[in-house]
Design a protein around this ligand. Structure first.
Ligand code: ATP
Ligand code: MG
Length: 558
């Protein structure tokens, strides 16, 4: 034990550490991540992934990936593929093969038979409405089903007949026989199996009865030797049932369930059902739309696995819940990219600059660092030519006080290049500024000019030696702090109409015609930008803005 009692901000990790220290836990630590393949993973799932795989790493144990696939109508192979890709991308590897709860359908069936034989489960014919009426309320106990005491033999036969397709959807169910007066509603003879004529993505048409989550989960955990079954707080009330199933069946081992608080982020929804709605109704371009809080959306936007893991680490794991500021996620990616992203220049709204005292045929290759604080990333070539582009926003004909950019008869340094002074403004027939005639000072490369002081430093590209790019500026998808908990309004009322601004005709350094695809770039003074793999064409890059340089949310910045 170290001298200072250092505790992590992850109470589950601390709990396991203590249990091992006291000798209460021996042997491997085995966890699982159990997604239902009914949608793409979101940032909330990332927390669960980092927790389950992280615990296994910390204690040199194992973590399984198991699809909880007991609702065939809502599930699909597309979701299975997307989920496995996302878990891998986050940097984790599951133990052995991918597992499916459906791998245990035969075993689950056998344990159901065992419960019936022990008089702990029965086949019930109440309709759904009757079942609700019999169930009672939080204040009143329920009533026993009239089928509760039917003979074991009869239940066994009916259950087999259910499996053999002799009944219609919803005609019969198998229920646990526990306690209709329990203060915990989950213990009032919960349903274990229902009839569903649905083709299953793993088992095809083999089954027309499917086990319920509360029966499937503890048994799947036990079949895999899971020691720590970690789930979110809404399952706390289900824990007595989880334990009941394990106590009353002859499973090979005894996993323990521990609950932790879900991750909630402001300005974001983290529910697959609601995210699916955004996709289905066309409010976004798909599950991997860069505005989506899905792992695939974040990836396409330029988030790195490291930044998401770092974010989950900062959030910690506790039972208290609460809402995390989405600014923390943005902080994590900014930190990561500030250290690692190669630098480049992109002029969003190009304004032509002609250097009247620079020879037309001349090209000078300037050498700029790829990263100003990291020499190991090397240098990049940036051509200096007679015509250049600067951003329209960096020129003001009548500059405000303390203007740090270009203005008539004033000087500014072009990043990594020379100091230029604006001599004349050229307009088109409509009076719009189309060009600036400037002079460059040949004695200012890397040194201050003599006798005058430039206003500041702006970015630029060569007009001849740059390529056109489309740039997509993303903002928060919702402009409401908790878009899904507004009782009066609908989720879609709070969509931010400015969540996507498309800038066409931007100009980037020539090297970015074939940009890196592993990391976003920092476009100097603009933010971090990542090549969109779907939308980009050969020599015509499309960049997604990952995040701005600073937090400008709500301050009129974009
Ligand atoms: P959703 O409500 O988005 O459908 P879910 O809980 O139904 O989420 P599952 O596929 O069943 O989704 O979740 C897999 C695992 O991820 C579960 O253990 C679940 O508890 C966990 N999980 C889901 N959402 C969050 C979240 N917001 N924060 C932390 N863990 C989460
Ligand atoms: Mg679920």
């Amino acid at each position: 034990m170290s001298a200072e009692p250092k505790k992590s901000n992850n109470f589950i990790r601390n709990m396991i550490e203590d249990a091992i220290a006291k000798g209460d836990h021996t042997g491997d630590v085995v966890t699982r991540f159990p997604p239902e393949p009914n949608g793409y993973l979101h940032i909330g799932h990332a927390k669960s992934i980092c927790l389950n795989f992280g615990i296994a790493d910390t204690f040199k144990g194992r973590c399984n990936l198991r699809f909880d696939d007991t609702n065939p109508e809502k599930e699909s192979q597309e979701y299975i593929d997307a989920i496995t890709r996302d878990v891998n991308w986050l940097g984790y590897e599951w133990d052995g093969e991918i597992r499916y709860a459906s791998d245990y359908f035969d075993t689950l069936y056998d344990f159901a038979i065992e419960l019936i034989e022990k008089g702990k489960a029965y086949v019930c014919a109440l309709t759904a409405e009757q079942m609700t009426a019999y169930r009672g309320t939080l204040k009143e106990p329920g009533k026993n089903s009239p089928y509760r005491d039917r003979p074991v033999e009869e239940s066994l036969q009916l259950f087999r007949d259910m499996r053999d397709g002799k009944f219609q959807n919803g005609e019969l169910v198998l229920r646990a026989k526990i306690d209709m007066a329990s203060p915990n509603m989950n213990m009032r003879d919960p349903i274990l199996y229902r009839i569903r004529y649905a083709e299953h993505h793993q088992t095809g048409n083999k089954w027309c009865i499917y086990p319920m989550y509360d029966f499937t989960h503890p048994i799947s955990d036990a079949m895999e030797g899971i020691t720590h079954s970690l789930c979110t707080l809404e399952f706390e009330d289900h824990r007595p049932l989880y334990d009941w199933v394990l106590e009353n069946t002859s499973v090979p081992c005894r996993p323990r369930q521990t609950e932790f608080a879900r991750l909630n982020l402001n300005y974001t929804v983290t529910s697959k059902r609601k995210l699916k709605r955004l996709v289905d109704e066309g409010h976004v371009a798909g599950w991997d739309d860069p505005r989506m809080p899905t792992v695939s959306g974040l990836r396409r936007r330029g988030y790195t696995p490291e930044s998401i893991r770092q974010f989950c680490d900062m959030v910690g794991v506790n039972r208290a819940g609460g809402t995390v500021d989405v600014g923390m996620l943005e902080f994590a990616i900014r930190e990561d990219l500030n250290a690692r992203a190669p630098r480049a220049m992109c002029v969003m709204r190009p304004l032509k600059v002609t250097l009247t005292n620079y020879p037309a045929a001349q090209v000078e290759t300037l050498s700029l660092p790829v990263h100003p604080q990291d020499d190991s990333m090397g240098q990049r070539d940036v051509p200096w030519t007679r015509t250049l582009y600067i951003d329209r926003d960096d020129f003001a004909e009548e500059p405000p006080r303390k203007w740090k950019r270009l203005a008539p008869q004033q000087a500014v340094r072009l990043r990594g290049g020379y100091v230029i002074t604006c001599r004349e403004v050229v307009r088109d027939g409509q009076g719009e500024i189309v060009e600036l005639l400037c002079e460059y000072d040949a004695n200012t490369l890397g040194v201050n000019p003599e006798g005058y002081k430039p206003n500041g430093v702006i970015h630029w590209v060569s007009a001849e030696d740059s390529v056109e790019a489309e740039v997509r500026l993303y903002d928060r998808l919702f402009n409401h702090e908790s878009p899904d908990s507004d009782k009066e309004g609908d989720l879609t009322d709070h969509l931010n109409p400015d969540s996507l601004v498309i800038v066409t005709g931007a100009r980037v350094e020539r090297a970015l015609a074939e940009p890196r695809q592993d990391l976003p770039y920092q476009f100097e003074r603009e933010g971090y930008f990542f090549l969109d793999p779907e939308l980009s064409g050969a020599g015509r890059p499309v960049f997604n803005r990952t995040v701005t340089l600073r937090d400008s949310w709500g301050k009129g910045g974009n």
